[in-house]
Write a protein that binds this ligand. Sequence first.
Ligand SMILES: *Cc1c(COP(=O)(O)O)cnc(C)c1O
Length: 416
Amino acid sequence: MAPKKLSQPTTPKAPGRRTFLTAMAATAAAPALRPLDVAAQTSARSDSAVHSSFDPWVEVHADNLRHNIEVISQRVKGRPIMAVIKNNAYGLGIANAGRILDPLDAVEGMAVVKLNEAVALRDAGIRKPVLLMGPFDEANLEEMVARDIMPMVYTPIGDALERVAAKLQKTIPIHVCLDTGMGRVGVPARDAAPLVRDLAGRAGVRIEGLQTTLSEDAELDPMQIERLQEVGSTLRAEGVDIGRLHAASSFGLFEHPDAFLDMVRVGMAIYGVYSEPPFRELGVLDLRPAVAMRAKVAYVKQLRRGETAGYGRAYEAENDVWIATLPIGHVDGLPRAAAQGGRLTIGGRRYPIIAAISASHTMVEIGAEGRVQIGDEVTVFDWEDGSRPEDLAAEFNGSVYDLTMHLGPLMARRMV
Ligand SMILES: *Cc1c(COP(=O)(O)O)cnc(C)c1O
C-alpha cells in the first residue's frame, strides 16, 4: 500500500544573508585554534554525554575498517594509502577512525579538510602524518607546523613557510595540489612547475607529494592523470624531489588503476561503502561497512482508515494501519530525501518511511498487524546485506555520501 501524499513537504527556507553574516562573525571571533570541537569531543571513545537509550547512535565496526584497508592495500598492490577521514571520518568520529588507522602499516597518513579536525587528531594522540587539504590562515601556520600538521598548498606561500621553518628549526613537509581539470582548488597544471620549483628550492620545505582530484568524468580523467604525470616527470627529470604523485579516490580505486600512481587517497571505500552502485557488482573489492546507525522505536500506534499523519497531512491511512515513530530526524543525518522510497529495518523487516522526515522524528508504516513494540531496535543502515548504506541510498535514489557524511555529531559513537 503506497502512502498517499496530500501535499508536498515544505522545502526548507534558505538561510538569509543576515544569518550567514552572524555565523561568519561568530567564527571570526573564535580563537584561532580551538582545541576540540563538539564533533571531536562526542566522537571520543569515552563519551561522557548522557543519552537516552532511544536516541539514535552510531556504531563503529573496527574489524571491518581494518578489513577494508587490507583489501584496498591488496587492490593497489601495496602502495601506501592516505586515509581521508575528513567530515568526522564520514560519521565514525574523527578520533575513533584515527585510533584504529594509526597502527596500520598500509596507512601512510590521514587527510582532513578542516583545521580543527587535524588538531583533534593530534590531541587524540595520532602519530601518523596528518594532511590538511583545506584552506588555512598564515597566522595558524606556526601552530600547525608545531603540531606536525602538513599543509596542502597551491599558492606562492614559500616565504611564510621559510619564516616558520626557520623560527621552529623544522623542515616543513607539504603536498602541492594541482588543478588538472576539476577547477576547484589547486594551481593550474600549466603553472605548476614554477611554483613547485620555488617551493622545492627552499631549505625549510620538503615536498612530500603532488596531488590532483579527478573529475570522475570518463573523458577528462585520463587527461587529468596525464597532466599530473607530465608535471611530475618534468620536475623529476630536473632532479626536483616531488615525493609521491597521488590522484585516486574511491572512484579511482574501481575505475582507474592507471591513477594509483605512488599513493592512493581514499575515503568512502575505507568505511566499506561502495561509492557508486555499479562498483558493488564489479567484484574487485570486498568492502564491508564499518558504520551503522540505529535507534529505538519511540512510539507505536494504530491509525484508523482516513486518519492522517505528518505536517500538512502528508500521509493518509487507506486502511487501519500501524505506524511506528522513530526518534531519528534530518538533524541526525537521515536525509529528507529518504522519505521518497527509503525503508528502515525493525526486527529483520524493512518498513517504508511515510510522510516527511522532520527535524527529530521519522515515521514508518508497519502494516495491518502491530508487529513492532516501543523500544524495539531500528536500523537506519548497518553492515548486513539488505540494510547496508547502499541499499537505503538505492531505495530513495540518493547517494551514500548523503548518508554517512552527514551523521549528526551529537550522536553517541559506540565501538563494536
Ligand atoms: C574527499 C576527498 C577524497 C576521498 O574521496 P572518496 O570519494 O571518499 O574516496 C580524496 N581527495 C580529496 C581532495 C577529497 O576531498
